[in-house]
Design a protein around this ligand. Sequence first.
Ligand code: UT7
Length: 311
Amino acid sequence: MNTGIIGIGRYLPEKVVTNEDLEKIMDTSDEWIRTRTGIEERRIADDSVDTSDMAYEAAKQAIEKAGINPEDIDMILVATVTPDQPFPSVSAMLQEKLGAKKAAAMDLSAACAGFMYGMITAKQFIENNAYKHILIVGVEKLSKITNWEDRNTAVLFGDAAGAVVMGPVSEGKGILAFELGADGSGGKYLYQDGPHLFMNGREVFKFAVRQMGESSLNVIEKAGLKKEDVDFLIPHQANIRIMESARQRLELPVEKMSKTVHKYGNTSAASIPISIVEDLEAGRIKDNDVIVMVGFGGGLTWGAIAMRWGC
Ligand code: UT7
């Protein structure tokens, strides 16, 4: 049996904060942000909208697109480092909001690699025949933990939610291979202490460039494929320079890589699923395409998936 994506959704707050807006509140420039990161603007959620609210909007769409009811969901996995509160989990709050009465619920903390961890966890339950439909949500309200006086980090992040429903798909489709990993010795490079997020950008950058390329090549090989077989790359949208290095390792043309970082900034666990929605809607992902998704983040953590699109 194979596991694939059968429904997908996303939520983006309406409020757009441009680089020019940030120039007015801190010592930065549109030019610096664009050239160092590729980011032009990001979305920031209102105070009245919390992580579980964003998760709900994305989840509702994904369930509808999958053509199932909330009662058909067996498990909810929410990847986030910005939950509404330490507990109850966002997934349990979501279970109630959705009316997914049958679903088990747990949150998963793997920072920006959280969505990859969620998809691979879901695969295990589905292929063991324990569960049929699993909802995975990648959601962050990073604006809650952003220090708006720290230009090193404040310009990078945005708020968003992305969701998928995973379930059994036909032979040859769905997840073909995966890799998950962690290196706790790098925890000191990206962490939350008290109310705020801290990052050693240069160290995370070096790690990301190495890991994105290596993990992508590893899953291609594990799937019994070659670089030339890859139709589309969906890298975690952290920084265009990091994404470009992964694309070049795979020798893919520019149009075969997902790019949403300019519009939404780094949305951590939400970046890969919101990119999937946009690429599907734009027709950049087609049935039977081989897709590589790859993420990295605080932990340090990483994960990659090779998938054949379709049900
Ligand atoms: O999802 C995972 C999370 N994190 C990441 O993916 C981040 C990975 N790292 C990066 O994307 C990059 O390291 C950054 C974009 C964070 C920084 O780019 P960089 O090319 O590594 O710049 P840098 O840290 O070497 O800083 C260069 C200069 C510094 O000034 P000095 O010390 O050379 O005078 C910074 O103070 O740029 C300065 N700087 C800024 N200037 C204007 C740092 N932030 C800003 C800013 N505006 N926002």
